[in-house]
Design a protein around this ligand. Structure first.
Ligand code: ADP
Length: 580
């Protein structure tokens, strides 16, 4: 059963007051009674002392009968029992009984005490008169000679009656005090419990979402502080709640107005939120509460989501869904233990890309044949026409450049084709690089540059597409030679954990920092005249970047003008089967 604060305070106070009253009653009654008996005892001692001489004389005179008669009449008059006992405990006279019929009293505790010369006293039940009595016994002597004992005693019946009446009176007073204090306690408990009840009611309202409830107290104590803090807290909660709902509304409208499809998936795979664009994407079917695999089919997407749940990471990949292409970005939200996935429709972009690529490929193909023909005729003419050789030389150089551009464009288009597959095999990197360097021997010699291959640690064979790797090295080494006037090129190879690190360093002109972020863009050249002079197309680094991406690797560049440039390629070990 639930106990209210009122009940607890009331019960606690009741128990304390009741116990205290009972204890006070008990001990004060005991003190009164013992004080009363002590007074009686003193009175009896005085009485005994007063009678002592007279009784002693009669005993020593042997007037025992007169003594007994005197005891009976005097005892009745003062309502006190008087007993005279000789030194052997034999009762000589008694105000209540015939002494001849009374047993030996020498062993009675008060008598035994008086027989050894002390004032003896005790409270006992008397077998002679069959009642509880207070006895006082005094030694009886004449001129120092012990004669026996004079015992005076009182019936406690009357005093007990008096004490009982006193006790009843005391209990009555205590009961009145108890009732009054209980009433006061009830009032106090009520006044203490009331603010708590109000606070309880108000917090219940707040819990049910009503932030308007306030607690106003008249108290001037901690409860008032508590109520004030409660009111302040409710006000703040109300403000935060309002702001939160406002933010939620804002977020809801942003999400629903997004052109991109958006879903929130729990770790268990259930969709808990989606926007209208996503519903349109999946044909307006019911999705909330359903597992995502029932809506978005395809092993690939499920694998990505499984990976993201395991690694608590994010991804950005292209996904083919219902004849459309989506750029799918997903991230794990730790706070909600869910995954947010955004589907950006890039079908149109991809088809435009394809048109562009097809156009480039077609134009490049169409241009290549006439360019080769022009180059062939110009070279032939150069041999026969001495006079125009300088003009023909210009024609040949420009035709060469155009052929280079066409070749690079064709290669780039091929690399950009998504369906391109790598033909991987175990590649020994060092011999591959050393072989390639032979192609550049002539140019290196002309420019007086050195070319070194350095390795660190073991360099095991690793899986890659050797043909693409050659294209990558050719472009990077070609650039390094092109843009280096003194010093040389170092190709550094190292296996680091499960990755192959390739670094191509030169001591050339370097690249100013502002150009670094753009050098991998197609046709981006830093210095057009210089690039043109060396037959550059501005496509070399784009080709390199595509080859690196096809191998799931990364490329970075570090350069300082007039100090040199270093390109670092990091390639993972590819699985035996070519990636899709
Ligand atoms: P290009 O055919 O003009 O060399 P790339 O795509 O290969 O085109 O390179 C883009 C630009 O990056 C170049 O024009 C050049 O300015 C700069 N670059 C590339 N490699 C180096 C290098 N090793 N040293 C200095 N500049 C470089």
């Amino acid at each position: 059963m639930k106990r209210t604060i009122f009940f607890k305070i009331f019960l606690g106070c009741f128990l304390i007051i009741f116990t205290l009253t009972a204890l006070i009653l008990f001990f004060s009654f005991r003190a009164i009674r013992s004080h009363y008996r002590e007074t009686l005892r003193t009175d009896l001692v005085r009485l005994g002392n007063a009678l002592n001489l007279m009784v002693a004389r009669q005993v020593s005179a042997g007037q025992l009968q007169q003594l007994d008669a005197w005891a009976k009449s005097f005892g009745a008059r003062i309502q006190t029992r008087i007993t005279v006992i000789d030194r052997n405990g034999i009762v000589l006279a008694d105000s209540e009984e015939d002494p001849a019929r009374m047993e030996n009293h020498g062993t009675r505790p008060e008598v035994a005490q008086a027989l050894v010369g002390e004032v003896g006293s005790s409270v006992r039940y008397s077998t002679t008169v069959q009642a509880e009595m207070l006895y006082v016994a005094l030694p009886l002597d004449v001129y120092g000679e012990p004669l026996g004992v004079l015992r005076v005693s009182l019936f406690l019946r009357d005093t007990d009656l008096l004490l009982n009446r006193l006790r009843t009176e005391m209990i009555r007073v205590a009961a009145i005090v108890l009732v009054c204090s209980l009433l006061a306690t009830a009032l106090f408990a009520r006044s203490f419990a009331k603010p708590i009840r109000l606070l309880k009611k108000a917090s219940a309202k707040v819990a049910s979402g009503d932030f308007t409830s306030r607690v106003i107290l008249d108290n001037r104590d901690e409860l008032r502080d508590l109520a004030d803090s409660f009111n302040e807290m409710t006000e703040k909660m109300s403000a935060s709640f309002e702001e939160l709902s406002h933010r939620k509304e804002e977020l809801d409208s942003i999400i629903s107005s997004l052109q991109e499809g958006l879903i929130l998936v729990t770790k268990q795979g259930r969709i808990t939120l989606c926007n209208e664009s996503f519903l349109r994407m999946v044909g307006n079917q019911d999705v909330i509460g359903r597992p995502y695999w029932g809506i978005i089919r395809g092993q690939q997407f499920h694998r990505w989501i499984d990976d993201i749940i395991e690694d608590k990471s994010s991804f950005k990949r292209e996904l083919e869904l219902g004849g459309s292409t989506y750029l799918c970005s997903a991230a794990f939200i730790k706070a909600r233990r869910s995954i947010v996935v955004i589907f950006h429709d890039i079908t149109r972009m991809r088809s435009l890309d394809k048109i562009k690529r097809d156009f480039v490929v077609n134009v490049s193909h169409e241009l290549r044949t006439p360019l080769t023909a022009i180059k062939g005729f110009a070279e032939t003419l150069e041999e026969v026409d001495e006079r125009n050789r300088s003009y023909l030389d210009v024609i040949t150089r420009h035709t060469d450049r155009l052929i280079n551009i066409v070749d690079d464009l064709l290669l780039l288009s091929e690399l950009e084709e998504k369906s391109i597959a790598l033909e991987t095999e175990e590649v020994e990197l060092k011999p591959l690089v050393q072989n390639l360097l032979r192609m550049f021997e002539q140019r290196l010699k002309e420019k007086g540059l050195y070319a070194r291959v350095e390795t660190k640690g073991l360099l095991p064979a690793f899986r890659a597409d050797p043909y693409r790797l050659e294209q990558l090295f050719i472009n990077l080494i070609d650039n390094a030679i092109k843009y280096t006037e003194k010093g040389g090129i170092t190709i550094f190879l190292q296996q680091k954990k499960d990755r192959m690190i390739i670094e191509i360093r030169d001591t050339g002109i370097g690249i100013p920092e502002k150009h670094l972020p753009r050098i991998f863009e197609r046709f981006y050249v830093m210095d057009k005249s210089r690039s043109r002079k060396f037959g550059g197309t501005g496509l070399g680094l784009s080709i390199v970047k595509h080859i690196v991406l096809l191998h799931n690797g990364t490329i970075s560049v570090h350069s300082e003008p007039n100090m040199g440039t270093s390109f670092t390629v990091s390639l993972p070990h590819l699985p035996s089967t070519p990636p899709a």
